[in-house]
Design a protein around this ligand. Structure first.
Ligand code: ES4
Ligand code: ZN
Length: 326
C-alpha cells in the first residue's frame, strides 16, 4: 500500500526497544539447545502459542523465562545482531536499546558478558551500515532500591558504553518515587534518564517520573491523556513519548488497535514516537507498528512523517546531528 511504501522509505530512529524482547522463538529454541538450558516448551510453535497476554505481568512472567537461554557473550551478540538486521531492513538509522542486566546477573551471568556481547553487535552495525546507537540500562522496578544501586555500581566500569538509565518491569505498586535517590545519582554521573510511566500506572506516576526522576524522555505515557493539565505540561516541555502501539494492543492497554490514542496524541501536540517495545513477543517490528497503527487510527502521511522526525528529535544524538537528519 501507499502507507507501507511511505513508512519503508522513511529514515527512522527506534527509541523504545528491549533487546531481550527481540528474542524470537527460533533463536530461543536454538540457544536452549546450544546451552543445554531447559525451557517449558517442546517446539517453536509451542513458544509462539504461549504468547497470549491479558496484562503486563502476564507478559513479564514469560519474558523472564525466555531470557534464561542467554548465557554467553556470543548469545548476547547473536540476539542483538538479529534485532539490528531487522531494524536495518526497516530503514532504522539510529537505535536506542534498553537492556535488563538484573535479568542476567541475578542468574549468575556477569554484567561484562552481557554488555560486551550487545556492544560488539552495535559496533558492527555502525561500521557496516552507519547505524548509530545509544545504550540504556534499565532497573527492574519490582526489585529493591538497594538492588538498583548495586546494579549501578556494577555498571561503573562500563559507563563509557552506557548513555542512559531507565526503569522497566511491573509498574503498578512500584512508583517512580521508589527510585528517586538512585536516579539522582544517575543524573550526577551525567547519564540520561528515562522511565516507563503511564503504561499501566496512573497519571500520578507520570508526574513522579518528571518531578522526582527528572526524566529526559517518557516511555509509553499513554495514561497521561487522562489528565489535561499533565498533557499541557508535556506539550509545553516538548517531552518525547516513546509510544508502542502493538505492545499496548497485546498487553490489553487498548481493546482494539482502532482505539489506540496515537492520532489523539499527535493532534494534541505531544511529541509522540512509534516503537516496537518487545517485537518478538508483540508481533511486529517498527515498520509494522507504523503501518498497522496508521491504518487503524487514520494517520495521514504528514502524521507518519512527523512520527519519524520525532524519533530523531527525541533521540539522544547530539543536537547538530539531529538537525542534520531531520
Ligand atoms: C516491558 Cl512492555 C514493558 N513494560 C515494562 N517493562 C518491560 N520490560 C520489557 N518490556
Ligand atoms: Zn518497554
Amino acid at each position: 500500500t501507499d502507507i507501507a511504501a511511505l513508512v519503508a522509505r522513511l529514515p527512522k530512529a527506534e527509541l523504545h526497544l528491549h533487546i531481550e524482547g527481540s528474542l524470537e522463538p527460533e533463536l530461543m529454541f536454538d540457544l536452549a539447545q546450544r546451552n543445554g538450558i531447559a525451557i517449558p516448551y517442546a517446539s517453536v510453535e509451542e513458544i509462539r502459542a504461549a504468547y497470549e497476554f491479558s496484562n503486563l505481568q502476564d507478559f513479564l512472567d514469560i519474558y523472564y523465562v525466555g531470557m534464561n537461554v542467554l548465557q554467553t557473550e556470543q548469545d548476547f551478540h547473536d540476539l542483538t545482531r538479529a534485532y539490528l538486521q531487522r531494524a536495518h531492513a526497516d530503514n532504522v538509522r539510529h537505535v536506542e536499546l534498553f537492556f535488563d542486566p538484573q535479568g542476567h546477573t541475578d542468574r549468575g551471568i556477569a554484567f561484562k558478558t552481557v554488555i560486551d556481547g550487545i556492544t560488539r553487535a552495535l559496533d558492527d552495525a555502525e561500521a557496516e551500515w552507519g547505524m548509530t546507537h545509544r545504550l540504556i540500562l534499565c532497573f527492574l522496578r519490582h526489585l529493591s532500591e538497594e538492588a538498583a544501586f548495586e546494579t549501578l555500581q556494577q555498571a561503573m566500569p562500563h559507563l563509557n558504553r552506557i548513555d542512559g538509565v531507565g526503569l522497566d518491569s511491573s509498574e503498578m505498586g512500584h512508583p517512580p518515587s521508589k527510585f528517586a535517590r538512585v536516579f539522582a545519582k544517575v543524573g550526577a554521573l551525567g547519564l540520561k534518564r528515562v522511565a516507563h510511566a503511564g503504561e499501566e500506572g496512573p497519571p500520578e506516576y507520570v508526574y513522579e517520573a518528571l518531578d522526582l526522576l527528572k526524566v529526559d524522555r517518557l516511555d509509553h505515557g499513554n495514561r497521561a491523556l487522562e489528565d489535561s493539565a499533565l498533557v499541557d505540561r508535556l506539550v509545553a516541555e516538548k517531552m518525547t513519548l516513546t509510544v508502542c502501539p502493538l505492545s499496548n494492543l497485546r498487553l490489553c492497554g487498548v481493546e482494539r488497535l482502532e482505539d489506540h490514542p496515537m492520532k489523539r496524541m499527535l493532534d494534541l501536540g505531544l511529541r509522540a514516537t512509534c516503537n516496537s517495545d518487545d517485537p518478538a513477543y508483540f508481533g511486529g517490528y517498527v515498520n509494522d507498528n507504523y503501518v498497522r497503527t496508521a491504518e487503524a487510527v487514520g494517520l495521514t502521511a504528514d502524521d507518519i512523517i512527523e512520527l519519524a522526525r520525532n524519533s530523531f528529535r527525541g533521540s539522544f544524538l547530539e543536537p547538530d546531528e539531529i538537525e542534520r537528519r531531520l
